[in-house]
Design a protein around this ligand. Structure first.
Ligand SMILES: [Ca+2]
Length: 338
């Protein structure tokens, strides 16, 4: 009897351990709170990237705190409003840089198409606050060391945020506020170990300031990562997807560039992918610190610490498939088309 009891107790203990282990491995992670900073114009992988973010948000893996533009071309706030509205999150704060900033837009005429076809409450850049104000307001309201900032455009706003001074939202300087609230910055920027990349050199002064002074860890997805990942063909060939601004952008743009015939390169989506899913499933990391040269090109100092860049681990096809799948995400309810 005694022996049986012992055995039973032992079995019960094992069962408890197994249950504990199971619930630990399947425990739901809280959503990653994200500020998404995008040029949303000069290239259209930004549209793919914001779709990934909304797909994750719908699965409870991410929450979107703000969508902020780093290019101030005329339609940018409207385009962000179109996309936020389409994805059922029309009230996500939008910011646009009001001072000196890049003002490049798209040349394929997808941004004017979106604004003409899809509903959006924001009708002009003038209708939204300055990017830095949105950053300060949103960051101040978040728990300490919780926020992931994703940049897939220029570093204009982050440089200005670092330089910002106490205001109605926070008594902290910009740098103190970032150090207190931001867990990490994930940036599609640079080429590794060295090179010249658009997001960095378009506002080289801001890039240098941001990457020299940013007080929390930075993960870089370099040019060489997204360059090899061609996506968007399954999206535009999917006949079940209708009334989608995302599909419209890819359907309008892909045929206009022969180099996109197998899909558009997917730089910006990789930043969202690793910011939410983590780097481990897809990439190895190299540790060091980015260096920004006077001409806007970048290098890498492997003797320093604080920054990492992605290095290929799994086959490109695997990442391509994952991104293509996420880019076909559609909201359950779509707003009525104009
Ligand atoms: Ca971009």
């Amino acid at each position: 009897m005694h022996l049986i009891n012992l055995k039973l107790t032992g079995l019960f203990g094992l069962l408890l351990l197994a249950v504990a282990g199971y619930s630990q491995s399947t425990a739901k992670q809280p959503p990653v709170p994200v500020i998404f900073d995008t040029d949303m114009g000069p290239d259209y992988d930004d549209v793919g990237a914001i779709t990934l973010l909304n797909a994750y948000a719908s699965q409870g893996k991410a929450s979107m705190l703000a969508t902020i533009a780093s290019s101030k071309y005329d339609r940018v706030a409207q385009v962000l409003s179109v996309l936020n509205t389409y994805f059922g999150q029309p009230d996500i704060p939008i910011g646009v840089p009001k001072g000196e900033a890049v003002a490049d837009g798209d040349w394929q005429h997808w941004s004017d198409t979106l604004v003409a076809r899809y509903p959006h409450a924001v009708q002009s850049n003038a209708a939204v606050p300055d990017a830095v104000e949105v950053y300060r307001k949103v960051l101040a309201a978040q728990p300490d060391r919780s926020v992931t900032v994703i940049t897939v455009g220029f570093l204009t706003n982050l440089a200005k945020l670092l330089d910002s001074t106490p205001d109605q939202y926070s008594k902290l300087s910009g740098k103190q506020l970032v150090a207190k609230k931001v867990k990490q910055l994930v940036s599609m920027a640079g080429a590794f170990p060295s090179g010249s990349e658009f997001n960095v050199y378009k506002d080289g002064v801001a890039s240098k300031k941001t990457f020299d002074q940013w007080p929390t860890p930075i993960v870089f997805s370099g040019f060489e990562i997204g360059e090899k990942i061609k996506t968007g063909i399954p999206l535009i060939q999917n006949e079940n997807i209708r009334n989608s601004p995302v599909k419209d952008v890819y359907a309008i743009s892909i045929p206009q560039s022969p180099e996109d015939k197998n899909g558009r390169m997917s730089w910006d989506q990789t930043a969202v992918l690793v910011a939410v899913e983590g780097t481990k499933p897809y990439y190895d990391l190299k540790t060091g610190k980015i260096t920004i040269n006077k001409d806007g090109s970048n290098g890498w100092d492997a003797t320093q610490k604080g920054h990492t860049y992605l290095v290929k681990k799994v086959p490109v096809e695997e990442v391509t498939q994952r991104i293509n799948q996420l880019m076909m995400f559609q909201p359950k309810q779509k707003p009525v088309k104009n």
